[in-house]
Design a protein around this ligand. Sequence first.
Ligand code: FAD
Ligand code: NAG
Ligand code: NAG
Ligand code: NAG
Ligand code: NAG
Ligand code: NAG
Ligand code: NAG
Ligand code: NAG
Ligand code: NAG
Length: 548
Amino acid sequence: MLKRMKMANFNYHHHLTCLLVLSAPLIAFAVSTPEDFLQCLSLHFGNASAISKLVYTPINSSYSSVLDITIQNLRFLTPSISKPSFIVTPLNVSHVQAATICSRQYGLQMRIRSGGHDYEGLSYLSEVPFVIVDMANLRSVTVDAENKTTWVESGSTVGELYYRIAEKSGTLGFPASICPTVGVGGHFSGGGYGMMLRKCGLAADNVIDVQLVNAQGRLLDRESMGEDLFWAIRGGGGGSLGVVVSWKVKLVPVQSTVTVFSPLRTLEQNATKLVHQWQLVANKLPDDLFMRVILQSHNSGPNGTRTMEAFFNTLYLGGVDALLKVMKSGFPELNVVRQDCTEMSWIESVLYFAGFPSGTPLEVLLNRSSNTKYFFKNKSDYVKEPIPESGLEGMWERFFDEDEGVPIMIWNPYGGKMAEISESALPFPHRTGVLYKIQYITAWTNGGNEVAPKHVSWIRSFYSYMTPYVSKSPREAYINYRDLDIGTNNVKGDTDYKQASAWGKKYFKDNFDRLVRVKTAVDPDNFFRHEQSIPPLSSQQKRKNGWV
Ligand SMILES: Cc1cc2nc3c(=O)[nH]c(=O)nc-3n(C[C@H](O)[C@H](O)[C@H](O)COP(=O)(O)OP(=O)(O)OC[C@H]3O[C@@H](n4cnc5c(N)ncnc54)[C@H](O)[C@@H]3O)c2cc1C
Ligand SMILES: *[C@@H]1O[C@H](CO)[C@@H](O)[C@H](O)[C@H]1NC(C)=O
Ligand SMILES: *[C@@H]1O[C@H](CO)[C@@H](O)[C@H](O)[C@H]1NC(C)=O
Ligand SMILES: *[C@@H]1O[C@H](CO)[C@@H](O)[C@H](O)[C@H]1NC(C)=O
Ligand SMILES: *[C@@H]1O[C@H](CO)[C@@H](O)[C@H](O)[C@H]1NC(C)=O
Ligand SMILES: *[C@@H]1O[C@H](CO)[C@@H](O)[C@H](O)[C@H]1NC(C)=O
Ligand SMILES: *[C@@H]1O[C@H](CO)[C@@H](O)[C@H](O)[C@H]1NC(C)=O
Ligand SMILES: *[C@@H]1O[C@H](CO)[C@@H](O)[C@H](O)[C@H]1NC(C)=O
Ligand SMILES: *[C@@H]1O[C@H](CO)[C@@H](O)[C@H](O)[C@H]1NC(C)=O
């Protein structure tokens, strides 16, 4: 078996390139072969037979299906893209530790994958020889309804988390992603928001303890890692500081009845004025109300002409009577009536916002591949001043230039709890002063990767049109909407602090410097690295920046 593995897709040339960039303690792997890595694992697993069930190489018949199953962005599901030498699928903490120690020892880069939703595929792609540690088997969810806390393993999806909470209680919930297939591991690492953002903050705001395997392969919790590292992993982005194996979160109370509505207004129904007005009120409405706007363009205008469609996609944490009063005083122009609204339980609202038809069994939340996959490119912006109507009209024109249905914008209001939390409380800095966040999406299936350049170039030009209307110096962006257009590290060599701060300041503003200090302290050799991982400073750089 081992002989055959040696023949497998292991690229020695790249392997040597990799050697040059890694620091001294790792030189030992110069003579390594795939067998060495496997032997190292079996030594550390303490059970050689576990390897045959938990480690996949390209010769395994199920290698491709295990690799492809959680790849969300079809742009990265092509044969020409580099594949991992090994996929390790840990069943427990010891396996995660072994994978870390052995990848390090043999100079393989490690990519950590929980739900595989990274927009740029950083959890499963690399240009140098690499190992994927796929957390999908680590997904227990232990709900303590009495103490209102839960330990959730990183490989769980937020859908699984929501389902297990609802199983125990109808009046507890958790504020995380709207899309249920998103993995807890990457999502919490980058902040994580959903329909309760204005009431309860980010998922990361509600994390109270973790279990993390660090670059030395040691298992740490909040107490043993210290508050700096604990701060950094709640929003500093995945794949930089260690492997988070599980998270302890504080659950939030939810009303037994919530109300949802999603009225649609086209340009002919005054969408421009309504969207403009929404900018003035959405972040000031009571924080029980989260009203996001989804904007698309379709041939649904008069006589089949192109128009914009604005959906006011809304969750109210309370009953319909109270909601109608809030709408009447806060946003009467939208003219929401009782017939637009539906009362339901919080867990049913999770299905509603995920787009499942009414009556779908709750068990769909346990289905890790329930969502439709697209080819896509998404970007994000933060808006601090209302955009004038003329600016909105310019957006609509650009939407009409793209194929019908391909571009989408989602505007998420801030304010409420988000405005109460200080900018430096966690690495996620987009708090006070943000009216709303925009996510730009181009998503398609027709034409596949052949038409990617056209759509990607459309979204880049749209982003450039938006420059005058959005946050400046830095132009802020959401790390969980990963976008390599805003800058990358040099993954094959040493990363320069200046180069990294180009993208780092956009995601983290001044918190970036604190993240760099934490990284320098806990992973000075930069073992956990990818195109947008936090770089450590060399001693020379530390001196240059006056940090020593
Ligand atoms: C369809 C879709 C819907 C989405 N909806 C929302 C939404 O409503 N709200 C929102 O906030 N975001 C949303 N996102 C973005 C999502 O939060 C991020 O893509 C998130 O990083 C995904 O986490 P993951 O575990 O699925 O991804 P992965 O691709 O597995 O990981 C993302 C990053 O985190 C690292 N990582 C993964 N697991 C770990 C771990 N255990 N320890 C350390 N690092 C780790 C990876 O290496 C990678 O760098 C959505 C994304 C998609 C594709
Ligand atoms: C070794 O690992 C295999 C696969 O995980 C498991 O079935 C077996 O029970 C383990 N044996 C021992 C002695 O732990
Ligand atoms: C992890 O599983 C292995 C079997 O593969 C077992 O030998 C080991 O004791 C387990 N470790 C922990 C911490 O449960
Ligand atoms: C991969 O293939 C090898 C060689 O046939 C086999 O021993 C091993 O059990 C396979 N691994 C998995 C996870 O199926
Ligand atoms: C709640 O927490 C207390 C104190 O930590 C603990 O003793 C108790 O067992 C917990 N309750 C449950 C149901 O686990
Ligand atoms: C649009 O606004 C105009 C003037 O403000 C108003 O008269 C008209 O009824 C509105 N149309 C709709 C569909 O609400
Ligand atoms: C739609 O088409 C009909 C029939 O051709 C025409 O009478 C009408 O004016 C058109 N309406 C608009 C808004 O263009
Ligand atoms: C999960 O959802 C997908 C997509 O709808 C479907 O094809 C698949 O059968 C579902 N799996 C299960 C176990 O229900
Ligand atoms: C990013 O784009 C994809 C493709 O449409 C979409 O499925 C996903 O929902 C987008 N992200 C979010 C958080 O909406």
